[in-house]
Ligand binder design. Structure first.
Ligand code: NAP
Ligand code: ZN
Length: 335
């Protein structure tokens, strides 16, 4: 196989530069995807700056990939060359542990990330185990579908796990790439949805996406007014905040669930957890089965990312815009 061209970070926090690598022989259970679109998830920025201490340089970021199957390994029967497919954060799992056996591959201790110790989707092609390469429903546009492969599944999965339904009052913290999709899925599940945002200018768009209420989280009076009113709060923001205030916004038995990764440890007093039997939880992306389900629900209920399209060569420009919280709401690179 020919070399794969892409854009790589060569050191923590560095600009992406052209880079190519030899992918070697295609594994028997692997698929090679010719990439048409790749979303820019904030996790790519965390990896580029090595915030989590897991990045190996140089590497090509990108894990919200849509494209067409360019080649299939000798044992791969589930996909055909030319088929439109997507690939998210995870590109493989052991397939043998308790969690893989239970269809919870996203909890596999040996899970492999699409762009962690591997080269991802800011490139012309990428490879993954066929189990993690998911057909895209015809009703979804590739540009709007790409962000669902990580951002979409990351918010859909906890809403499903926590049984969100028409009686639920759901808060979404941070209206960015993940948050703007979370509003839509929470609405599809029938919940009353409150958007918590530090950007007053996002109110109209949050309401248009389906939020019933909008709270400016920088206003302490507005935060106090929602005390004791939510059943489930999903934090998608990647910044430190006063988590105690969010716990106080929960009704008894409510859950504050983290998918966004704040830089500091989450410190809260135990008292609101104890007195209202409240829970703090977290959730990593979702299994391949759940990815298929999420894409089907998105196709049938019109959930789609609001995107800003950039040419692949303009990846650095898109990254700078995302760092400034100026993207509305997901930057997508196109080949
Ligand atoms: P994003 O598009 O940058 O959105 C993050 C949002 O957080 C911003 O739009 C902003 O919303 C809010 N925010 C930014 N700075 C803030 C501040 N100083 N204080 C409070 N809120 C602030 O990022 P994303 O792609 O949605 O990713 C969000 C987080 O999820 C990242 O940490 C990413 O690594 C993580 N993630 C986790 C998983 C998982 O499996 N758990 C998967 C994907 C991503 P407002 O303007 O509305 O305040
Ligand atoms: Zn992601």
């Amino acid at each position: 196989m020919a070399q794969i061209q892409g854009l790589a970070a060569h050191a923590a926090g560095a600009e992406l530069l052209p880079f190519h690598y030899d992918p070697g022989k295609l594994g028997s259970q692997e698929v090679e995807i010719a990439i048409t679109h790749c979303g820019i998830c904030h996790s790519d920025l965390h990896l580029i700056s090595n915030d989590w201490g897991i990045s190996h340089f140089p590497f090509i970021p990108g894990h919200e990939i849509v494209g067409t199957v360019a080649a299939v390994g000798s044992e791969t029967r589930s996909l055909e060359v030319g088929q439109r497919v997507g690939l998210g954060w995870q590109s493989n799992s052991c397939g043998q542990c308790e969690w893989c056996m239970r269809g919870l591959e996203n909890l596999c201790p040996d899970a492999e990330g699409t762009c962690v110790h591997r080269n991802g989707g800011y490139a012309e092609r990428v490879r993954a185990n066929a189990r993690f390469v998911i057909p895209i429903p015809d009703a979804l546009d590739s540009e709007q579908a790409a962000p669902l492969l990580c951002g979409g599944i990351t918010v859909y999965n906890p809403l499903r796990i926590h049984g969100i339904n028409p009686s639920s009052r759901v808060g979404i913290v941070g209206i960015g790439g993940l948050g703007h999709i979370a509003i839509q899925f929470a609405r599809v599940f029938g919940a009353e949805v409150t958007a918590f945002s530090t950007s007053a200018g996002k109110e109209q768009e949050a309401r248009a996406l389906g939020a019933h209420n909008f709270v400016n989280s920088r206003e302490s009076k507005a935060m106090k007014e929602v005390a004791g009113s939510m059943d489930f709060i999903l934090n998608t923001a990647n910044a430190d905040q006063d988590w105690g205030i969010y716990l106080q916004s929960l009704r008894p038995t409510g859950t504050l669930c983290f998918v966004g990764v704040p830089p500091s440890p989450v410190c809260v007093h135990a008292f609101p957890l104890i007195s209202g039997q409240r829970t703090i939880s977290g959730s990593p992306v979702g299994s391949p089965f759940r990815l298929r389900e999420m894409l089907d629900v998105a196709a049938r209920h019109g959930v789609k990312a609001t995107t800003e399209l950039f040419a692949m060569a303009k990846a650095n420009e898109a990254i700078e815009k995302l760092k400034k919280n100026k993207v509305r709401y997901r930057a997508v690179l196109a080949n």
